[in-house]
Design a protein around this ligand. Structure first.
Ligand code: HEM
Ligand SMILES: *[C@@H]1O[C@H](CO)[C@@H](O)[C@H](O)[C@H]1NC(C)=O
Ligand SMILES: *[C@@H]1O[C@H](CO)[C@@H](O)[C@H](O)[C@H]1NC(C)=O
Length: 322
């Protein structure tokens, strides 16, 4: 007797449910390169380590690349494409120009991966693994990165201008930038903990330290000392986002906010009498709650609209389409 096949209606329901599940969690998996490039992690980590040994800030810069890639039409490596006379990419978009950095390190990492398994690992996945390794090498958590993203063949400067939150944002604006990519207010607060490492330019904190009232006075003074008041003077002078441990991934970012020592206007918005105050207190008091939510947030951010299957391509050189 032939086995009975399920009634068509049940099959249809099953198909719809599977499709929904696929789109919700994407088709990314932690073992995507298990057979095709088993040594991908061993190829990447030493390059990240030596870049950070040369310059601790590079770990922060590499983490930020993943954020600026994922928020603009998904985690698809589009940020890495160079401008050409006939192509405008994202590198010179307002949030990126004179600000995002680390592209040479990404090139070195990609070259190491290509030597190990040519044509297999996407630039989008390189960014995801590199961001995780950077956090971990600076003393933060380790987690299994979901993989299987493919690289975009296009980029959008307009989307980069419009999708990445500027440091002038207020709390509601920050929440909606994250909501636009499917991330919650809690994810937003947890991922902002990335500002426990790295630096910002005077142009991005001048108005805050000279003009705002929800700022610790002596903190503001030390920042004014390296950031002259006139617009255009010393715009690129740098200050650490976390004044306490700028090269160590911890929860000091939130402790700073509790003392009105957030460097960016947007930072202090998370603790300014609004709906996220209690979460800032929680993270400031509990490194483990922060780390747990941060890792969840990174995994969710990495799931934003990936290209999978036969969409996109695996770029050979992250700076240009094949
Ligand atoms: C919540 C909204 C956010 C805003 C408004 C924001 C804004 C900024 C700004 C203005 C800078 C300094 C750039 C410069 O002066 O050149 C910066 C640096 C940085 N951001 Fe954010 N950011 C946000 C969220 C995030 C997220 C979600 C991550 C990572 C998951 C992140 C990671 C970093 C890192 C690591 C740096 C330091 C980079 C370096 O030193 O090269 N940021 N951010
Ligand atoms: C993006 O912003 C930059 C800098 O403000 C501007 O020069 C450029 O024209 C904008 N690009 C698009 C496509 O809107
Ligand atoms: C501070 O605010 C005043 C008055 O609104 C403005 O003229 C000045 O440019 C601001 N200064 C900075 C550094 O943003």
């Amino acid at each position: 007797m032939a086995p009975a096949s399920p009634p068509p209606r049940i099959m249809a329901v099953f198909l719809v449910v599977s499709l929904l599940a696929m789109s919700a969690s994407s088709q990314l998996t932690t073992d995507f390169y298990y057979h095709s490039c088993p040594k991908v992690f061993q190829a990447i980590m030493p390059v990240v380590r030596s870049a950070i040994q040369k310059e601790a800030r590079m770990g922060a810069s590499l983490l930020r690349l993943f954020f600026h890639d994922c928020f603009v039409n998904g985690c698809d490596g589009s940020l890495l494409l160079d401008d050409t006379p006939t192509f405008t990419g994202e590198k010179n978009a307002a949030p990126n120009q004179n600000s995002v950095r680390g592209f040479n390190v990404i090139d070195q990492i990609k070259a190491a991966v290509e030597r190990e398994c040519p044509g297999i690992v996407s630039c989008a996945d390189v960014l995801a693994i590199t961001a995780r390794d950077s956090v971990h090498l600076l003393g933060g958590p380790y987690w299994d990165v979901k993989l299987g993203r493919r690289d975009a063949r296009t980029a959008s400067q307009a989307a980069a201008n419009n999708s990445i939150p500027p440091p002038t944002s207020n709390l509601n604006q920050l929440i909606s930038f994250f909501q636009n990519v499917g991330l919650s207010a809690r994810d937003m607060v947890a991922l902002s903990g990335s500002h426990t490492i790295g630096q910002a330019r005077c142009t991005n904190f001048r108005a805050r330290v000279y003009n705002e009232t929800n700022v610790d006075a002596s903190f503001a003074q030390t920042r004014k000392n390296i950031c002259p008041r006139p617009n255009g003077v010393g715009d690129n002078n740098l200050a650490p986002l976390d004044q306490q441990t700028p090269s160590f991934f911890d929860n000091n970012y939130y402790k700073n906010l509790l003392q009105k020592k957030g460097l960016l206007h947007s930072d202090q918005q998370l603790y300014n009498g609004g709906s996220t105050d209690s979460l800032v207190k929680t993270y400031g008091n509990s490194q483990s709650t922060f780390v747990n939510d941060f890792v969840n947030g990174m995994i969710k951010m990495g799931d934003i609209r990936p290209l999978t299957g036969s969409n996109g391509e695996v770029r050979k050189n992250c700076r240009r389409v094949n």
